[in-house]
Write a new protein. Sequence first.
Length: 640
Amino acid sequence: MSRVVLAFWLLSVVTVPCGAAAELEELEAAIATLAAYPDQDSLAYRTNYPYARLQVKKAKLCLRGGVWMYKSDSAERFVQAGLDAAERIRADEPLFAAPGALSELAYIADNDGSAQPYYLYLPNDYSPDRTWPLIVFLHGYVPSISVLDPWVLGDEVLEVAGQNGCMLLIPYGRRNTDFQGVGEVDVLQSMELVKELYPVDPDRIYISGVSMGGMGAWNMFLRHPGLYAAATPMCGHTDMFRWWTGLQPWPPREQVPGFKRWLVEWDNPLDLVLNLRSQHAFVQHGEHDHLIPAAQSRLLVEAAAELGIVVKHHEFEGSSHYIYWDLPCFVNAWSWTKDFTLKPSPPRIDYKTYSLEYDTAFWLTIEDFEQWGKPATVSAQVTEAGGVLSITTENVRLLQVDAETAPLNRRGPIRVVVNGCKRALPADVGGAVDIPISPETPAEGRWPPRKRKGLCGPIEEVFDTPFILVQGTMGSREQDAELAEAVKRWAEEWEAFADGWPRITTDVELSAQDVQRYSLVLFGTPGTNKWVARIAPRLPIRIGDHIYQVGERRYQGESLGLAVCYPNPLAADRYVLILAGEPWGERCAINHKFDLLPDFIIYTTESFAYDGCNDYLCAGFFDMKWELDPQLTWTGKQTP
């Protein structure tokens, strides 16, 4: 164990009643033994080991007074539940949800290695002998949410799902993440686990949610066309620019700096309304909603109507935000949604995306952009009994069509018209077919690699991958102490934000295997962190002690900080994120700590913007080749 990790572990030790302490030690010893269990691919291990680790966390939170209603006897219950899970592993007994109740289950998150819960309801008449529809429900915002006090649904609402013949999944969403970034990853990972362990009908998966989860449902639905058969958002916002006031009212959209505008728009349902084409949605809202005005739902319904897309819409006359405290909205939503089956081969697809992280709509995939920093759009339509595929694009370099799923007539030649230019596909075409839009052919094996799915930024994306914090120890004693404090602060903020303690090591203890396995979050400068020293010469930004250079612009000052993400020159499939100088986000709400960080930013801790973020001196995105681009670089407040 590294000295940094050991220090943080010592901070977590709590004084507990003797009985509870002994039982907790017994459970932790059992989990330590299970970490080397020989059959970690078994269902018994994969379902029980995460659950046992989750019970350790719950017991410790309980003993620290994490939620007032839980006392030491509750901690003993959690410890016993963990010991039971360990025993089931030894007996080769998987842990499955019980019919007729909401069951707590768990998985190990890839990004930070933490145990995360999810909650699954199986109808009373559930049987594994047939497939079942699945409703994925996203919860609302509650500041106090924790694994001890999750936002879940009451029995009467669960029964509504059961009466409509549906299983119901409630992802934890890593607390209050708006189901973006790490929260979105949580939804997708818990969905995949349920699909793997239970007989889910893949063509009858529905997304639903209320308040924060209503917006989350919109985003999941619009970012992943072809994943859900229908969506039923309730009282969620659809346009962050008109709803989110921050510390002060936001300026008009056109006055928001370009990099922030992109970082809002790529999460903004109203900006993705085009993606409703060939999809089914039913939105509900309270007429007199004081938290998220009903106008937020109307905006998206009207924008869809302008595109000829119909969204079912219902307002509860005279009702406030809390329509989800009563049953009618759930009855409306889930009795409607159950009638839809996913149609994976629609003849027409319209798709808009800001990032290669969201590259697929039904049978169409955007493989490459022409330019970073602006959205890519595609309209694809199959006509003439599947014999003609017409495609128009903006800002797309390379498309891929799944010829097996697209409604093409593969018995004869297929005519393809791309932006008015005619092409042809052979009659026996099958599988994934690349359709180049631009004549540019990127060089193979070049450094840095071209931006792609899984390696395109911004900084928020680093934390969706397996990552490790690396504290620099190569400076003076005072500098090393400052970096240790910076790592500790960042880890505490991550735990408060995402409910997981990240992996931590020092620059001298980071192994070569770790470099290949994880994205590196490096704290320090070339003078204080040996891995920054190795990587910095291959970055387009120069880094010193409170001195940073972007192109010809040089910034210096004791109040300045830097954050920059880039492909790791030592492991090209992983990110490196360098955090140097003063800490970021002192006034950011904990649930919006990482929302507005682009690929790189130089900022000051002396002043802050309307959204709570530090004022920026220079910020932006790298282009498709991970190079600086003046059109993707914004300068703000002058150097102090």
